[in-house]
Design a binder for this molecule. Structure first.
Ligand SMILES: *Cc1c(COP(=O)(O)O)cnc(C)c1O
Length: 495
C-alpha cells in the first residue's frame, strides 16, 4: 500500500501489522530472566571485588590473544546469557589489566567504588540522553547540583559552574575552544586562515591533552608555547610574562595559559596565583589542569597548593581519577558558562525547546548527547559523605608518606622531590651506576614486578632519565599492599 505523506514523498514501507515483538519482556528479555541474571551479575561483581587481590594486576595475554579467542563474526542466532558469562570469564577476563586492584600503582590509580558501580547500573537502566533540559530534566539538574557539591567540597567559589565530560582531554579541549572563541572572535565567521596566529602557554610538564587540544583547535604546533620551569618543575611566571610580551610584539595573539596543579609525571604544582596575575593583566584565558590532584583541595593540609586557582576561567577535575567514581567522569568548571555557549551553542530546529531559565547541556561542549554521569558521582558523594571522602584521601596521603619514608631509608634508592600528593617517584640508583645503565636497571626492575602480577607501576622520564611512578589512589589499597609492592621492588633489584 502506497500512501501520500506530508512533504510530498510516498510511504512505501507502511505496513498494517509489524507482527509480534521478537524481544518481549523487560529490556527485551523474557520476564524473570533479567532479574535472574541481574542478581548473578551483581554476585559476580561482589565476588570479583572481594577477591580482586588474587588476580595478577597486569594482564598476561599477548597481543592478539583476546581477539583470537573471540568469534570473528557476530552470532546469527541469539545466545544464552550463560554462554556469554562463560566467555567473559575465560576469554575477556584474562585480558584485563586490573585497574580496580589494590596493587595497581601505575599512571594514576583509580577506583570503581561500590556506590559508583551501582550508579552506572541505574544510569544504564534509565538510558536518558541529556541533550536539552526537556530530554533529561533530572540528569540536567542533578549534574548542576552534584557539581555544586563538588565545587564546595574542593573549596572553589560559588560562581563556578560545572559540566561533566568523558575525560580531562575533552574538558581541556572545550575550555580552550572557549578561549579561542573569546580571543580570536574574527575566526568565528572566516575561520583561522585570515586571523592572527593564536598561542597557548603551558609548561613542558603539561599533560599531552593540552597539546592535543591546541592542535585540534587548528592553532598548529607553533600555537603551543612551552614556558620554562623553575625549581620543582613549576612554571616560571616571569618567563611566562616575557613569552607573552614577545609574542604580542611579533604579531601573535596570545589566547590562554594552562598551568597544572599536580602534573602527570611528578605531580609538580605550577604557581597558579602568580600565573593568574600574568594572565589577568594581559586578558588571557586561564585554564587550570587539576585533573588528578583537584580533589585533594578538599584536605585542609593540602589546600595551599591550590592558592590562586579561584582566579581561573576554567578548571578541570576528574572524579574518575581520585574520587572513587568509575571511568568516565571529568568535570569542567567555568566561571562564565556563556563563554561555552559562545563557542558551542548552535540550535537546529529539531532541538528547539520553549523552557526558559534552564540549562541545555548540549550548549556546553562538542557532544550533543550525554550520559547520566552525575548519578554515579551523586551516589559516591552521598554514600561516603564529605567526611568519608576526606578520610580516604587522607589515608592515601598517609600511605604515600609511609612509602616515601621507606624509600628514603633504603640505601641505593632515591626519590624525586617534591611529592605533594599521592605519587612517589623513585628509582634504584646504586653507587657507580649512572646514565643509560641506571635507566635500563630501573626498567628491568619495573618489568620484573609488573610481570610477576604482584603490583603494577609505570615509568616516567625526568631530564631524559628513567624513574618509576608509584601512584596510590585505589580505594582498596592498604599498608599491606604498599609494603608488598615496595618489597617486590626491593626483591626485583637484588642481582
Ligand atoms: C590524567 C590527566 C589528564 C588526562 O586525563 P583523561 O581524563 O584521561 O583525558 C590530563 N591532565 C592531567 C594532569 C592528568 O593527570
Amino acid at each position: 500500500m502506497t500512501r501520500r505523506i506530508p512533504g510530498g514523498g510516498t510511504d512505501d514501507e507502511a505496513s498494517p501489522d509489524a507482527g509480534p515483538n521478537p524481544a518481549t519482556g523487560p529490556g527485551g528479555m523474557p520476564p524473570g530472566e533479567f532479574r535472574e541474571w541481574g542478581h548473578r551479575f551483581v554476585d559476580w561483581v561482589g565476588d570479583y571485588l572481594e577477591r580482586i587481590d588474587e588476580y595478577p594486576v597486569l594482564a598476561r595475554v599477548k597481543p592478539g590473544e583476546v581477539r583470537d579467542g573471540l568469534n570473528p563474526t557476530a552470532p546469527v542466532a541469539g545466545e544464552p546469557v550463560e554462554a556469554l558469562l562463560r566467555d567473559f570469564e575465560s576469554v575477556i577476563l584474562p585480558g584485563v589489566t586490573h585497574w580496580n586492584h589494590p596493587s595497581f600503582f601505575g599512571y594514576f590509580a583509580v577506583s570503581g567504588s561500590g556506590p559508583g558501580i551501582l550508579g552506572e547500573l541505574l544510569a544504564a537502566a534509565l538510558n536518558v540522553n541529556a541533550m536539552v533540559w526537556k530530554s533529561a530534566p533530572a540528569a540536567t539538574e542533578l549534574e548542576e547540583v552534584t557539581l555544586g557539591w563538588l565545587r564546595d567540597f574542593v573549596g572553589l567559589p560559588a560562581g563556578f559552574v560545572g559540566t561533566i565530560n568523558d575525560t580531562a582531554s575533552t574538558s581541556t579541549f572545550v575550555a580552550l575552544a572557549a578561549a579561542r572563541e573569546r580571543g580570536l572572535p574574527e575566526a568565528r565567521e572566516g575561520g583561522l586562515a585570515g586571523a592572527p596566529p593564536g598561542t597557548v602557554y603551558t609548561s613542558r610538564e603539561a599533560h599531552s591533552s593540552v597539546l592535543k587540544a591546541v592542535h585540534a583547535l587548528g592553532l598548529g604546533r607553533r600555537g603551543v608555547r612551552t614556558v620554562a620551569t623553575g625549581p620543582g618543575r613549576a612554571m616560571d611566571p616571569a618567563a611566562l610574562a616575557a613569552a607573552i610580551n614577545h609574542d604580542v610584539t611579533s604579531g601573535f595573539r596570545p589566547l590562554a595559559v594552562v598551568p597544572t596543579i599536580g602534573t602527570t609525571s611528578t605531580t609538580a604544582v605550577d604557581p597558579v596565583g602568580a600565573v593568574a596575575e600574568v594572565a589577568r593583566s594581559r586578558g588571557l584565558w586561564l585554564h587550570v589542569d587539576a585533573a588528578y590532584a583537584g580533589v585533594a583541595a578538599a584536605l585542609p593540609e593540602l589546600r595551599h597548593h591550590f592558592a590562586g586557582w579561584e582566579h581561573a576561567d576554567s578548571i578541570v577535575i576528574n572524579p574518575h581519577k581520585w574520587l572513587f567514581t568509575p571511568v568516565d567522569c571529568s568535570v569542567l568548571y567555568v566561571r562564565n558558562p556563556s563563554a561555552l555557549r559562545a563557542a558551542f551553542s548552535l540550535v537546529p530546529a529539531y532541538l528547539e525547546t520553549s523552557e526558559t531559565g534552564v540549562t541545555h547541556l548540549m550548549d556546553h561542549g562538542l557532544a550533543l548527547g550525554r550520559r547520566f554521569r552525575s548519578l554515579k558521582l551523586w551516589l559516591v558523594m552521598r554514600y561516603f559523605g564529605q567526611e568519608g571522602l576526606r578520610a580516604i584521601l587522607a589515608r592515601h596521603i598517609a600511605l604515600t608518606r609511609r612509602l616515601a619514608a621507606a624509600v628514603d631509608r633504603e640505601a641505593g634508592w632515591e626519590r624525586w622531590r617534591p611529592s605533594p600528593f599521592s605519587l612517589v617517584v623513585l628509582r634504584r640508583s646504586p653507587a657507580g651506576v649512572r646514565g643509560r645503565e641506571r635507566d635500563a636497571l630501573n626498567k628491568a626492575i619495573m618489568d620484573r614486578v609488573n610481570e610477576s602480577g604482584a603490583a603494577f607501576l609505570s615509568p616516567t622520564e625526568i631530564d631524559g632519565e628513567t624513574w618509576l611512578r608509584f601512584a596510590i589512589g585505589n580505594i582498596h589499597t592498604t599498608e599491606r599492599h604498599v609494603d608488598a609492592a615496595w618489597g617486590a621492588l626491593l626483591g626485583a633489584a637484588k642481582p
